[in-house]
Design a binder for this molecule. Structure first.
Ligand code: P5A
Length: 443
């Protein structure tokens, strides 16, 4: 993409309404535009990051054997009356009436609708296990929408629902979600810690939230610092191997890690003092096991091996896709702007032409651009007629992990400059070597 043809409405001033750094940077970098309280338009740069996050979520869900579907945002109230949640959900639910006076709602979550799909099409244990998920917009009429996309009213969520014959099978599905989430967040450059949590309006007893440590987080968290060093890395995970998933879950849930909702001071005091940490965290996901809470009242039953009709065992599992954009920025920025982890960056590399209009510099940039594209990378080429300082400031603000700077002086000796956004370290190398390096980095 060439910057002169792009739509990147960066702001010079720091927006006064934004209280936290991720919100400020998203507005300044031209990623979002508020439409109403807690409701945002995603501008091109923001949309690219959102799509990269979605892509990682899709890949990791499907690696775990979960199947994508797409349910609508609007739901009939009828389904929620069946589960008993229509009245219980309260003022966070946006209720709508259509022209036929039918009660509708903008879905805050989809347990009822997926259970309705299941009961219409599945009747035998032979069709289990089954996990369906989608990535869809939700609406929750939060009392205090704030911090930009972090606590929105309309927000994008990945929500998945498992259907199993037995509790043991459903707990295996729970573990599958836990492990696939660990991998998902790691790919986004995040450390997200599973913490025992409270289940709220979704229900059930077994639930973990995934928290990214950040001072601006909305939850108070108490944890054993040993948990922060755990990494899934590139170990081979077999999602069918129950013992392996159980072992990984034990690895992450044995060290103490809880939110204020479930904190147990006695257990916390038992951790060696040097490892006892109190901080704040951003909730980027939550998984639930709730058994037959929805299947029983809604009549989602299967015939088991003995021919008996039993309500199906269920859980639901959510990732805050749009919130993650803010959470990643909270975890990765500096005084100049965003520092995107390579896994989610909107463009792989920025190309800065120091002397736009200079024939040699222009030609070198064009050639570099073509080579980067041929290597399968997406460059953003700053081809504006601007001072070098302004171009660097824009690149630093929007946070591309790598920048190639092209100028007449370097070109005279056959080199360009490759700069790492995170470390600020630059090196001079030939354009070919720069392309090869970037190709290797993004593998
Ligand atoms: C699990 C999937 C559920 O709704 N039902 C379907 C279950 N869980 S949850 O914890 O309530 O939400 C899942 C994740 O969505 C994000 N989230 C939000 N993101 C932005 N703005 C909001 N107002 C908001 N509310 C929830 C969180 O990341 C949460 O973990």
């Amino acid at each position: 993409m060439r910057l002169t043809r792009y739509f990147l409405p960066v702001l010079k001033e720091t927006p006064a309404e934004a209280q936290i750094v991720s919100h400020r940077l998203m507005l300044r970098a031209g990623m979002i535009k508020q439409a109403a309280a807690g409701i945002y338009s995603w501008l091109p740069l923001g949309l690219k990051v959102l799509r990269r996050i979605e892509q990682i979520v899709h890949e990791e869900q499907q690696r775990a054997g979960h199947i994508p579907v797409l349910m609508p945002t609007l739901q009939p109230a009828e389904l929620w009356r069946e589960s008993g949640r229509y009245d219980a959900y309260g003022p966070e639910m946006l209720r709508i009436r259509d022209r036929h006076e039918r009660d509708m709602l903008y879905g805050p979550t989809n347990e009822e609708m997926i259970t309705d799909i299941f009961r219409a099409h599945v009747g035998s244990y032979k069709q289990l296990p089954l996990t369906l998920y989608h990535i869809q917009w939700k609406f929750r009429d939060e009392v205090r929408p704030r911090f930009g996309v972090m606590r929105g009213r309309e927000f994008l969520m990945k929500d998945g629902y498992n259907f199993d014959l037995t509790k043991a099978d459903a707990l295996h599905a729970y573990n599958r979600h836990m492990v696939s989430y660990l991998r998902t967040y790691e790919r986004m450059g995040l450390t997200a810690i599973p913490m025992r949590a409270a289940s709220g309006p979704i229900g059930g007893d077994d639930t973990h939230e995934f928290l990214v440590l950040a001072e601006t987080g909305e939850s108070e968290v108490f944890y054993d610092s040993a948990i922060v060093d755990l990494k899934l890395g590139d170990r081979a995970v077999d999602y069918g191997d129950r013992a392996q998933l159980e072992a990984i879950k034990a690895e992450w849930t044995t060290p103490y890690a809880r939110t204020d909702e479930t904190h147990d001071p006695a257990l916390f005091e038992a951790i060696p003092e040097a490892r006892r940490k109190v901080g704040r965290g951003i909730e980027v996901g939550q998984i639930f096991y709730f058994g037959t809470k929805y299947s029983e009242p809604m009549g989602a039953v299967v015939v088991d091996e003995a021919g008996a009709r039993v309500p199906v065992e269920m859980g639901s599992h959510g990732i805050g896709v749009s919130r993650l954009v803010g959470a990643i920025i909270e975890a990765s920025h500096d005084e100049k702007g965003i520092v995107w982890p390579e896994g989610v960056t909107p463009f792989h590399v920025g190309v800065v032409n120091l002397r736009q209009g200079d024939a040699a510099a222009d030609a070198a940039c064009e050639s570099l651009y073509a080579q980067l594209v041929a290597a399968g990378l997406e460059p953003l080429y700053d081809d504006r007629d601007e001072r070098a300082g302004a171009k660097f400031a824009t690149m630093d603000l929007i946070g591309l992990p790598w920048r190639v700077t092209v100028g007449p002086r370097g070109l005279a000796s056959g080199v360009v400059e490759l700069t790492c956004r995170r470390t600020g370290v630059s090196e001079e190398l030939t354009p070919d070597a720069a392309v090869a390096r970037l190709k290797a980095i993004y593998g």
